[in-house]
Each structure stands twice: as C-alpha cells, then as structure tokens.
Design a protein around this ligand. Sequence first.
Ligand code: SME
Length: 138
Amino acid sequence: QQQNLPVDDRLQELCELLKETIPYYTWVGFYFKNGDKEELKLGPYAGEPTDHTIIPFGKGICGQVAVSNQNFVVPDVAAQDNYIACNIHVKAEIVVPLFINGENIGQIDIDSNTPDPFTQDDERFLEWVNEQVAEILR
Ligand code: SME
C-alpha cells in the first residue's frame, strides 16, 4: 500500500515517523539540489515551517554539506558561525548527504531542541535511511 503513494507523500510520512519515534528529533526534513542551480530546495519535512526553503551552496550547515559530501554533526549550533537559524529553540543539528549512484543529490536535515544529542548511531542510522530513500527516488 505504501509502495503506491507518491514519493513526496512517502518522504513526508518518513519525516513524521522519525520525528514521532525519536524524541530528540525535533524537526526532520529533506533538502534536494534544485535542478542545475547551486542551491538546495526544501522538500518534505515534519515540524515547524521554516523560512529557509532555498539555501545556497556553502551557506549554513546544509549548504556546507551540499559541497563537502560529508555528514555534519553540530552538537551546539551557537558555536557555529556558518549556521542558518530556523528556530530559536534549536540546540543541535545533524545533516547527512543523500547519494544516488555516488552523486550527492540532497540531504536529510534534523534539528534538535536537546543539546548535543547526536551520536555515531544517528549517523549510521540516517545513512541507512538515506540508502532506503535513494531506492525510492532511483
Ligand atoms: N540550520 C540549517 C538550515 C535549515 S533549518 O535547520 C530547517 C543550516 O544551517 O543549514
């Protein structure tokens, strides 16, 4: 049944599931490369709406991951100078790139209102989530 839902609906449900299941996942969303532009565009998400629906490459944690192709774990957002605040309550963030055939096509972005909550288990888990999402998008 889930297989028949449009991709965006499935990703939306995934975001909601992650947010509801993991208490310190306060905001869960996907950003994708916006066509040929050097920017990210907000995709499905769960949590408070954000003004940052477009993020240029290099800007903020998300924009840096678009360029570095590496996980970015931020234990304390106040200690980052290249950071885009979406919500004043956010304390920490993790961004994990999403690859299709080795190409970084977007990312999962998670904000937490809990300080320093993310471990290597979150990184491994979110890498696995993104592999499943890549199968949906492929
Ligand atoms: N904090 C992110 C911007 C996206 S919001 O967290 C939803 C950043 O610095 O890239």
